[in-house]
Design a binder for this molecule. Sequence first.
Ligand SMILES: Nc1ncnc2c1ncn2[C@@H]1O[C@H](COP(=O)(O)OP(=O)(O)OP(=O)(O)O)[C@@H](O)[C@H]1O
Ligand SMILES: [Mg+2]
Length: 715
Amino acid sequence: MAFTLKRWLPVKVGEKESKQASRAIFPNAQRRTLLKVPQGRFLTRRNVLTAPEAQWLREQYVFTSPFFYLERAAMSLVGAVWMGIIGASWSLGVGLMLLGLVLWRLRDMLRAFAERAPLSGMPMTYMTFEALWGKLASSPLRLPMSEKALESGMPSEAVDKVLLVEKRVRERTVEIGRGITSLYLGEGFSWEAEKTRALYQLIDLPVSSLRVPAWVRAAYRYPPALASSAIGTPLLHGVGLREEKTMTHPIKSLGGGTLIVGTTQSGKGVMLTNLITQAIFRQEAVIVIDPKSSKRLRSAIRTACQKAGRRAPWEFHPAFPEESVRLDPLGSWSRPSEIASRLTAMLPPDQGIFNDFAWSAVNVLVNGLFYLTEKPTLVKLRHLLDGGIDNLLLRVMKKDLDERGPREWEADFNAMPYPTENRLGYPIPEVQKLAEFWESLYAETLRGPGPEVIHPLLAVYRHNRDHYAKITASLQPILAMLTTGSLGEMLSPGVMDEEDTRPVVTLERVLEAGDVLYLGLDALPDRVIAGALGNLLLSDLTSYTGKRYNRGTSGRSAARISLFVDETANVINQPMIELLNKGMEAGVHVTAAMQTVADLTAALGENCRAMQALGNFNNLIALRTKDGETQEFVLEAFGAAMVWSEGVALGSASMSEIVPTFRASITRTSSAKREALIPQEMLGKLPDGEFFASIAGGKIFKGRMPVVLDSAPEG
Ligand SMILES: Nc1ncnc2c1ncn2[C@@H]1O[C@H](COP(=O)(O)OP(=O)(O)OP(=O)(O)O)[C@@H](O)[C@H]1O
Ligand SMILES: [Mg+2]
């Protein structure tokens, strides 16, 4: 603390000892402090004080109301006035001294106000899209004008001119956007051990005792304080509010993915909206997976695209099928086997060998369809899994016979002696007869595209039906839900479907065009299906990334693709972990928001897999978190710091002699211990939109993210 022992406690401690003790206990570096302590007065009234009492008194002093100084100034003023009334020359001198004291006390009061005013924290603030742009680019964001021009009923030549100017403005906006090199991380300050120490000093005090009147905040140009009814403590931001500035970070040095963790209503949506808006401003290809389909987010994305001079976002949104695009999740791949992987990625992760069987079962069907040059869609695969593969096998064998068989193979086949009924009197299907015919011709020929597809299909055909049903059982309900109703049409678009005018997109096409795709998944029948679809799309993205990587579009020069995932636990799967791990190389930058580590563990089956996934994030933004496991994860990422703690012991004794002599002693201990840089319980006391962040594994920041809005809210 900045005060010396003597100043703080007017007990008789030798001047020399006082200085020595002060120096020993508080080396210069420790002298800087948040609050100054006035000279004590209570302590002189009593001779015996126990340490807890002393501590209590100290707190009273440290946090005396600033009006205490006013009271003292007033007393001095009264003294000065009296001296003036007396009117003698000596009293005028004393009066002047007292007036000097008045000024001194007033100065102390102002200082106390200045130190205390920021401690009431900050409310949630708002910023317009233009203001956010202003934080990133040197020239202001120019707005589209054509709508106003058209509305105003201008002559058509004038409108043409306006449109031309607007085109140039848009091109310029795009150019400036591409040149943005930093990421805006909100308003805040860097959090060092000094802040931790200040926080430890204030943590146990009633927050109300630290509040200053609103006019004092206004006088120091702070906005209104965090409301006393608001969630969280204002102290966390308050201890550094005086140093608050705009926080930006060079995008290039961000590395790895960014994880946003926070309990419900802590501000994940606010943070994501802001970061997504920035990616849109930078003209990157953006994909947003929003399992909850937040209206606010969707409208912010639309506005951001419009302001950044970009094409409107593609929106896939089952709740509004008429407004939504159709999306083909199996539309792009580099190897056919990826399709089976994509489908089985939707299965629960802990089924091991069953998932492998399901993969082979789907892969066989996909290969069959490809052999027939048919596009696999979810609907087709579902029918094959449900209804059996007889028809597919039949067509595949016929095609192979057409291509390689004798010219009149059909006549030979029809002439082949074969029973029409089995022993129970049931008709024998054509496929069985054709299979034997095909085998009689090509039993030896195991090679070639036909046989390579037909042999596995035959194996499935002859496989025990019950067992096959068991293998594919877990896939069927998921496929059923993804292929029924309007969702079926939206996810299995037939190119020949002429009546349906909704555009068909694939992730690949969106990304190649550098567009924005919003996927709102909330309206799906249930969470499982939202998760399954999210999984499917993430697998699609992973395979696109692989393709891009193989094409040599990788490294830092690759055009950035920004993927934003809200409620990550709902959609995370192995492909997403791979994406986190290797996506950077192909220019895919992931920002994921989640609530708790436990959710992730549940989604991935095991804690170690959750940790593996979390290990891939290089940047952590921790909003308010409530559960212990998540808090510990956050604290581990933030590290520890030397935190000084102080102890005070006061003692006094009087000798039993005729002339009493008093002795007083004071013992102050100051010890340093490595402790968490942020007290764990404080993570649960962050107000809405406030966070601690560790960016690129380096410094720790305390920040708050303003809500981006089209226009500032009223009031
Ligand atoms: N555009 C906005 N205008 C006003 N307040 C907003 C806006 N966006 C968010 N908020 C407020 O910010 C707080 C955090 O909301 P946010 O949607 O970011 O929470 P979240 O962490 O995403 O929660 P959940 O887990 O429920 O999705 C809420 O109190 C919300 O009312
Ligand atoms: Mg949210």
